[in-house]
Write a protein that binds this ligand. Sequence first.
Ligand SMILES: [Ca+2]
Length: 108
Amino acid sequence: MIQDDPDEKEDQPEPNPNDAKYRDSERVKRINAIIDEIWAKYDTDDNGYLDKAETYKLALETAGALNPDQPVELQQQVFDAVFAQIDKDNSGQIVKVEMAHFIKKFIP
Ligand SMILES: [Ca+2]
């Protein structure tokens, strides 16, 4: 009787960190983790979407975290423009996949 080689499963190659696919999958994982954190914190009515008020709070707190020594100013026009960029289907709410596209597109 032939025994299975217990080391056989280790034949799989280690993922190469320089491989574009590997990099993308790691990046996608990180982006998804960040989005889950954002939703846990800002989807306060827990309906699975970020509405405009929820997204405004996210933008305001992110801006505040980036410039802790300055009073936060977020012009409504600027916020509206960014929100429209993220909210691709113009539903007035952001779904996770829209946020993922936005982050992939605008954050290197
Ligand atoms: Ca919500």
